[in-house]
Structures are given as C-alpha cells and as structure tokens.
Design a protein around this ligand. Structure first.
Ligand code: FMN
Length: 90
C-alpha cells in the first residue's frame, strides 16, 4: 500500500484520515505501507513530452523524486491519495 501525503501540514486532517485508513487496513491483515511526503520531495510538473507514452518501458523523462513513486506505484495493491482541497472556496 502506498500513501501519498499531499498536505504541507504534517499531522493535519489529511494525515489523520490516512492514518485511520491505514490502521483499519492493518486490522484486516498484514500490509506493507510506503509513505511518501510529497511536500518534502522534489517533483516537477509534467512537461507534456509524452515520453511516458512513447518511450521503451514508458518511463517519465524527468529524473526527479517521482521516480521513487513510479518504482512502486504499479505494483501497489492500494494507493491512498491523502490530500486537502486548496482551491479557495470550491
Ligand atoms: C489556501 C487554502 C484553500 C482552501 N480551499 C478550500 C476549498 O476550496 N474547499 C474546501 O472544501 N476546503 C478548502 N480548504 C480547507 C482545507 O481543505 C482543509 O482545511 C483541509 O482539512 C486541510 O487539510 P490538512 O489539515 O491535511 O492540511 C482550503 C485550505 C487552505 C489552506
């Protein structure tokens, strides 16, 4: 299971909800949990180069911390997106 922590506030609402979810899954059985604190990672935006669609192995051309996530994302049986809405009123 991968948990993508999207908020810059460590221990905030998103983290708290994610923690409860992880706790519940763990109660149902043994599971490996990989946490990614996105705010602490160096991840650039998609450049629209389409390397992911056209290259052999479909790899992202950007060599940043996203590669760590790519390496485990495809094999994860559960992916948790724990992120607040911060659009300013929607
Ligand atoms: C700059 C900013 C913009 C926000 N905009 C929205 C919004 O548009 N809609 C909403 O429901 N909540 C909005 N919120 C509230 C956050 O989504 C909410 O406080 C969330 O629980 C924060 O998560 P965190 O504790 O994990 O950081 C906003 C919060 C911030 C700081």
């Amino acid at each position: 299971m991968i948990v993508l922590h999207g908020s810059p506030r460590r221990g905030g609402n998103s983290d708290t909800l994610a923690d409860y979810f992880v706790k519940g899954v763990r109660e149902a059985g043994e599971v490996e949990v990989l946490d990614f604190i996105l705010n602490d990672m160096n991840i650039r935006s998609c450049q629209g180069c389409e390397s992911c669609a056209t290259s052999e192995g479909h790899r992202c051309a950007i060599d940043d911390d996203m590669q760590e996530i790519h390496a485990v994302f495809a094999d994860a049986n559960i992916v948790v997106w724990a992120t607040p809405i911060c659009t300013g009123g929607i």
